[in-house]
Design a binder for this molecule. Structure first.
Ligand SMILES: Cc1cc2nc3c(=O)[nH]c(=O)nc-3n(C[C@H](O)[C@H](O)[C@H](O)COP(=O)(O)O)c2cc1C
Length: 211
């Protein structure tokens, strides 16, 4: 087995290290976060560090890089307190990837990439019309991670929109059927296939498939 220790990791070239370390946490959701700034200018950027924090209340977190590297989404969420998260499907993955470019604050990434805005009455942030799974969040808390100047941004889900897909009888959304993709690091994208579903595990009860 190959072994890489902390000293080896620290010695690597930065892009090699970033690819390597981002790979070890595995596949991640690839989604687009839509916001507006205090003057109403829309912004769209791709994020993968999205994590479920709880279902009641429905809390979702994501990690925003240091402000100098990724300023606009965080700024906008701080001022308007509202944002949308939109799953990415393979039909628009190239445009989604392009939103990671460091656009000037005056550029609307929807226009720059050709993605379409969808507005919903009462929600002050744009959805991505092409996306099959879209949801809106109200900011709850931004927790600075002082060790590396990143931020854990926590929001409560206020509205969910599903297109061409309905939840299963038990509430699960088969996001593979919706075509939602996953990503690894900051440049590799994957489609998903279900392997198995199991009943809630209990000690001394044999594992039971529910597919
Ligand atoms: C696949 C992929 C995943 C990304 N995930 C994140 C992430 O989780 N957090 C983050 O801060 N930046 C992430 N980025 C980088 C942002 O998309 C990029 O910094 C973007 O310019 C931020 O835009 P903004 O300043 O408009 O918010 C990711 C980029 C790619 C290509």
């Amino acid at each position: 087995m190959q072994h890489y220790n902390q000293h080896t990791i620290a010695s690597w070239e930065r892009f090699y290290r970033a690819n390597f370390i981002q790979s070890i946490t595995g596949f991640k959701p690839a989604s687009l976060i839509g916001t507006i700034n205090s003057e109403g200018k829309p912004n769209l950027a791709i994020f993968s560090s999205i994590v479920h924090l709880g279902s009641n209340p429905a809390l979702i977190g994501y990690i925003n890089r240091p402000i100098a590297s990724a300023p606009h989404t965080l700024d906008n969420i701080q001022s308007t307190k509202v944002y949308t998260i939109n799953h990415i499907q393979s039909s628009f993955v190239a445009q989604a990837h392009q939103t990671s470019a460091k656009y000037n604050v005056n550029i609307n990434e929807f226009e720059a990439t050709g993605l379409s805005m969808r507005w919903v009455d009462g929600i002050k942030a744009p959805f991505v019309a092409e996306s099959n799974i879209q949801y809106a969040l109200q900011l709850v808390e931004i927790i600075p991670i002082t060790h590396n100047q990143t931020f854990l941004v926590i929001g409560e889900v206020t509205d969910i929109f599903l297109k061409d897909i309905l939840p299963e009888a038990d509430g699960m959304i088969a996001i593979d059927k919706a075509g939602s993709i996953a990503c690894l690091g900051s440049d590799a994208y994957y489609t998903g296939n279900i392997l198995q579903r199991y009943k809630y595990a209990k000690p001394d009860v044999p594992v039971q498939s529910i597919l």
